[in-house]
Design a protein around this ligand. Structure first.
Ligand code: IPE
Ligand code: MG
Length: 239
């Protein structure tokens, strides 16, 4: 199928818990199957020629969940980025970039993500942002600390400050704006996810729970995206 410009797709992977509950299983089982769905989805995206994928895996607010669930979610990077998995990612040219706060997650989680980043840093077929301990508010706070430091040390003048200064200091600094956001699990909200990067994104909400989101669901989302008329605030037929 012909696809209009679609460089960057972001996912809010929601519904793991409800998916498990419907099957009379523990919520953590839903997370396990959900996290295992990340790699095949990246491959499907890659097959469409998508160059950037962002995945919301754990938010700055998710710490308030029961400890057992938080613990489970913190160990998923070492599972999905095991040595064996690293080879699979490398073979497909997948570069993994962790977006989010790095100083609170357990050491093991940080190591797994940083090792994956290091391992895949030269890969260039598709870039995947794993958002873990991520929230837009925290990202903006972090960004402004950098900017204020630069102003204090005279590296930057207030006159030269612009939205580009902000964008260049987000966790996604080297990535283009998001074209399409897909949220699974039926909720219709952004939950503090990549608010600045989503400025002109098309939003797609689907009831399917994340563990059930497969190749054909991505196809449906892209077909819908293809039918949207992106105008970016100007008057013209198609962009
Ligand atoms: C999404 O699934 C996974 C995370 C954001 C950690 P949920 O855990 O939010 O699943 P529901 O919404 O309770 O079904
Ligand atoms: Mg949820």
């Amino acid at each position: 199928m012909f696809i209009k410009k679609l460089e960057h797709v972001a996912f809010i992977l929601d519904g793991n818990g409800r998916w498990a509950k419907e099957k009379n299983k523990q919520r953590t089982y839903g997370h396990k199957i959900g996290m295992e769905n990340i790699y095949p989805t990246i491959l499907d995206a890659k097959n469409y020629g998508i160059k950037y994928v962002s995945m919301f895996c754990f938010s700055t607010e998710n710490w308030k969940r029961p400890q057992q669930e938080v613990n489970y979610l913190m160990q998923f990077p070492s599972e999905i980025f095991s040595k064996k998995q690293q080879e699979k990612y490398l073979k497909e040219g997948i570069k993994v970039v962790w977006i989010g706060r790095r100083n609170i997650v357990p050491e093991k989680t940080r190591k797994a993500l940083e090792e994956m980043e290091e391992k895949t840093k030269e890969a260039n077929q598709i870039i995947v942002h794993i958002a873990l301990d991520y929230g837009s508010f925290e990202e903006v706070e972090n960004c402004f600390k950098i900017v204020f430091n630069d102003i204090n040390s005279k590296k930057l003048s207030i006159e030269d400050f612009s939205i580009n200064t902000v964008i260049d200091n987000l966790y996604t600094k080297n990535s283009p704006q998001i074209d399409l956001l897909i949220r699974t699990g039926g909720e219709k909200r952004l939950s503090n996810f990549m608010l600045l990067q989503l400025a002109y994104a098309e939003l797609y909400f689907v009831d399917t729970y994340w563990p059930d989101f497969k190749k054909n669901d991505l196809k449906l989302a892209i077909e819908e995206y293809n039918n949207r008329n992106r105008r970016f605030g100007v008057i013209q037929d198609e962009k």
